[in-house]
Design a protein around this ligand. Structure first.
Ligand code: CP
Length: 308
């Protein structure tokens, strides 16, 4: 995790090495076990985590708040910038908002509609800043969601090296950007992308992924590779109710996959992931969303407590 000013932050998937990722996966498993046995170490007693959400969220904000409180800490913040001076007619700068929060909290989780806003905030932050999803399109990221995705896949398959993953939907989205950067840290990963031509990754991103050694290719249809993949990562589109047919994971297509194949989705879903798949043993997405709290506990532990 990068050190900027005096604090480590989690702003981009680029901040994490392979060793960081394996460490966070181990910590996530540890915290999941502790949650299941109701023996949660109270490592955040006396600490405050602020959640500043300039865009709506169910999973990211509430799972960070749950993680904090389960670890003995407390939370404050806003889920709508218009109830604060950071939005509305004031639009106080990110830098000034950071200078204020430096005295109020011990860590900050931010979601923002603009790429770069979280980084601007971090430049003035004396406390750890976590990117809870910023912007759209090129350079937009959602590293903590991608960490949940990565942990869920590692948990299902035992290793990420050698994984063959099919990503279907509008792939030029923040959680996909972060996930691909993480997958590039592992060996012999093969990624297949099914999308619309207008929704492909940007050329700079493709160049970066190639330079990191990630093997990826676009394929026309799910049917072209469904029999050869371990993981199917379904992602929504700009309009959840208007999805091109080729981006819908029909159960008859999933039935052609290998018995060990598993399906992931960061949620919320649109019509690209039909509910009839929910009862399939291949559906991992509700286990995946359940991993949100232990993964975010692991991130808070790493940034606030075990900073090595
Ligand atoms: N997956 C995800 O980021 O969900 P929210 O938008 O509800 O936080």
């Amino acid at each position: 995790m990068l050190k900027r000013n005096k604090s480590p932050h989690l702003l981009s998937a680029r901040d994490l090495t392979r060793d960081d990722l394996l460490d966070l996966i181990d910590r996530s498993r540890y915290f999941r076990d502790r949650v299941e046995t109701r023996a949660i170490p109270q490592i955040l007693v006396g600490r405050i985590v602020a959640t500043l959400f300039f865009q709506p969220s169910t999973r990211t904000r509430l799972s960070f708040e749950s993680a904090t409180q389960r670890l003995g800490g407390t939370c404050m913040g806003f889920s709508d910038p218009n109830v604060s001076k950071a939005g509305g007619e004031w639009r106080e700068s990110m830098a000034d908002t950071a200078r204020v929060l430096n005295g109020y909290a011990d860590a900050v989780v931010i979601r923002h509609n603009e790429v770069g806003a979280v980084n601007l905030y971090a430049e003035e932050s004396a406390i750890p800043v976590i990117n809870g999803g910023d912007g759209r399109g090129i350079y937009a990221e959602h590293p903590t969601q991608a960490l949940i995705d990565l942990f869920s896949m590692e948990d299902d398959f035992g290793s990420l090296d050698g994984l063959r993953i099919l990503v279907v939907g509008h792939v030029n989205q923040r959680c996909v950007h972060s996930l691909l950067l993480f997958l590039a840290r592992f060996s012999d990963v093969a990624v297949f992308l099914v999308t619309e031509n207008s929704e492909r990754l940007s050329e700079p991103e493709e160049r970066e992924l190639h330079s990191l050694g990630l093997a990826f290719e676009y394929v026309e249809a799910l049917e072209d590779v469904i029999e050869r993949v371990d993981a199917v990562y379904v992602i929504g589109t700009k309009n959840p109710n208007d999805v091109a047919k080729k981006l819908v994971l029909q159960s008859e297509i999933l039935n052609r996959s290998a018995p060990h194949t598993r399906v992931y989705h960061p949620l919320p879903r649109g019509i690209e992931l039909p509910p009839e798949i929910d009862n399939s043993r291949k559906a991992s997405y509700f286990r995946q969303v359940g991993n949100g709290v232990p993964v975010r506990m692991a991130i808070l532990d790493r940034l606030l407590v075990s900073t090595h």
